[in-house]
Design a protein around this ligand. Structure first.
Ligand code: BGC
Length: 524
């Protein structure tokens, strides 16, 4: 059957793909169609492998959740940032400004600068040493960072630890999404890849619960920071036991290992057709002999590059990290007690996690575009409504009081916002870049996407508390304007990629009414 599908006349496959692409950017179900999908059954081996790989998201999520909570813990602030406590104790302090400290934000955001640097290096490492090796390297570096953070006695140790954590997530966030997209059967690539965001969500929730449990203890922050070593061990040990992706093995000349990896992933003894496609793609990539980081800037890769840069940028200007990092700080700032603020953060995390599950079920059925568009509209409405409530209660002066009812309403709106993010921009930001680049420039492209993601996260996290202090509730309107822009961008410029095998992806650009002029008459 495999040979049969591979040997289908090229014209028929081409026509079939064209038909799918023409379906208004939305694809019909892939089942039973000759799509170069070479027997994409979901096997137990591929499920386990992908779960292990997706656990790379755990360390990232754990850090996101932990840093937000730790920065509201009194003993932690007493030791490292006493000026913030003084400010909070001052009754006259504007509620929007309590946590506006450049030093405190640099604690949170230093990780992202390190991540940015690491993700660029990671592009080369994944290309030359494989996806698996890069994940293991990331896990070990993160582990070291966690130990240093837990043992910190001064700010320098705190920042060094965070830089190491940043290097760690820089490596794993680059390698894991590629790993998942390359190993998953094309028909279910969206669901498998969404596993990464799901594990980020699990990490966030675990971290929030740990923060809640440790927040009362004077050494609680040490435990919170040090326990990051646990997810690091889980993912690193797991990664040691999974095979590298067939694509990566082939491009590094390990054809026999690639075959074994394919046999495992596909649950088929005969994988020759798919293997020979991979070898062909890899040989074509090599024959061009260009440096991937150079060729990616060629005109013919403009669609991938623009989308690969804008999607992670847009993800961050949804304002999600304002909510994710600063949920406890934010809720305290707008009138929740510090305990209830941590509970609110846990609730938000759970909602986000639940919505990732929704995405897992929908992303390969309805496609990426529907989720992007629906999620965007939902998030836009929620941000505008939160701004409206803050305006009506705390007001521009920031000294007004928020009633319990309004505080609950803010929480509900933030939950709806987190749900919208959790089934759209959250997972799709990892999925879409990992599937649009051709093999030759995939590692380089992913590096750029992840670097943009970290760079923008850095800017957003570094500026948000100052923005909240200066612009008050209008800070939320700023993000809602971005959400409107990105939703329009998706509607016009992001083609549907659902169910398309990675090595046939170039055709979506040829069929797109704007992008086709960049790729027509260009070699593939
Ligand atoms: C984003 C992070 C964010 C997280 C929240 C990820 O996809 O890249 O910046 O904090 O989702 O769950």
């Amino acid at each position: 059957m495999l040979e049969e599908s591979a040997s289908l006349p090229l014209l028929r496959r081409e026509k079939w793909l064209q038909k799918r692409i023409m379906a208004g950017g939305g694809f019909v179900a892939a089942a039973g169609l000759p799509d170069g999908d070479y027997g994409g059954r979901i096997t137990l081996a591929v499920v386990i492998t992908c779960i292990v790989a997706a656990s790379g998201g755990l360390i990232f999520g754990y850090d996101i959740g932990i840093s937000g909570g730790v920065t509201t813990m009194v003993p932690f602030l007493q030791k490292f940032f006493p000026s913030i406590l003084k400010k909070a104790g001052d009754a006259k302090t504007n509620m929007y400004c309590v946590y506006d400290s450049q030093l405190l934000t640099s604690f949170t955001s230093s990780l992202y600068i390190a991540g940015l640097i690491a993700s660029v290096v990671a592009g080369r490492v994944t290309a030359t040493s494989g996806r698996k090796f890069t994940m293991v390297l990331g896990g070990c570096t993160f582990f070291l960072g966690a130990l240093i953070n837990g043992a910190s006695v001064n700010i320098a140790m705190l920042i060094i630890g965070r830089l190491l954590l940043g290097f760690g997530v820089g490596f794993t966030n680059q390698a894991t999404p590629v790993y998942l997209s390359e190993v998953a059967p094309p028909k279910w690539r969206g669901a498998f890849n969404t596993g990464f965001q799901f594990f980020i969500g699990i990490g966030v929730v675990i971290a929030n619960c740990i923060n809640y449990a440790t927040s009362k203890k004077p050494w609680g922050w040490r435990l919170s920071l040090g326990l990051a070593a646990v997810p690091a061990v889980v993912m690193t040990v797991g990664a040691l036991f999974i095979p590298d992706t067939p694509n990566s093995l082939v491009s590094r000349g390990k054809v026999e290992e690639a075959k074994q990896s394919l046999v495992k992933a596909r649950g088929e003894a005969n994988v020759d057709a798919e293997l020979s496609e991979l070898i062909k793609a890899s040989e074509m990539a090599k024959s061009v002999g260009e440096e991937p980081f150079m060729s990616i800037f060629k005109r013919r890769y403009r669609p991938q590059l623009v989308i690969g840069i804008l999607i992670p940028f847009f993800q961050q200007v949804t304002g999600i990290n304002v909510i994710a990092f600063y949920a406890p700080v934010l809720f305290t700032s707008v009138g929740f007690g510090s305990d209830s603020a941590l509970i609110a953060a846990i609730i938000l995390g759970l909602v986000n996690l639940g919505s990732n599950l929704v995405s897992i079920f929908l992303v390969d059925r309805f496609g990426r575009r529907v989720l992007f568009l629906q999620g965007g509209v939902q998030m836009f409405i929620c941000q505008v409504a939160v701004a409206g409530i803050l305006a009506a209660t705390i007001g521009m002066s920031g000294t007004g009081q928020m009633s319990k009812g309004s505080a609950i309403l803010v929480l509900v709106l933030m939950c709806l916002y987190a749900a919208g993010f959790g089934w759209s921009w959250g997972p799709l930001t990892w999925l879409v870049p990992s599937e649009i680049y051709p093999l030759k420039i995939r590692a380089a492209g992913l590096s750029i996407s992840i670097a943009v993601n970290f760079g923008t996260t850095f800017v957003v996290s570094q500026t948000f508390l100052a923005m909240l202090c200066k612009f008050r509730f209008t800070a939320f309107l700023f993000y809602s304007a971005w959400i409107a822009i990105m939703t329009i961008f998706v509607a016009l410029f992001v083609p549907e990629t659902k169910g398309i095998p990675l090595d046939s992806m170039h055709r979506v650009w040829k069929q797109h009414k704007y992008w086709n002029k960049f790729v027509n008459n260009e070699p593939l």
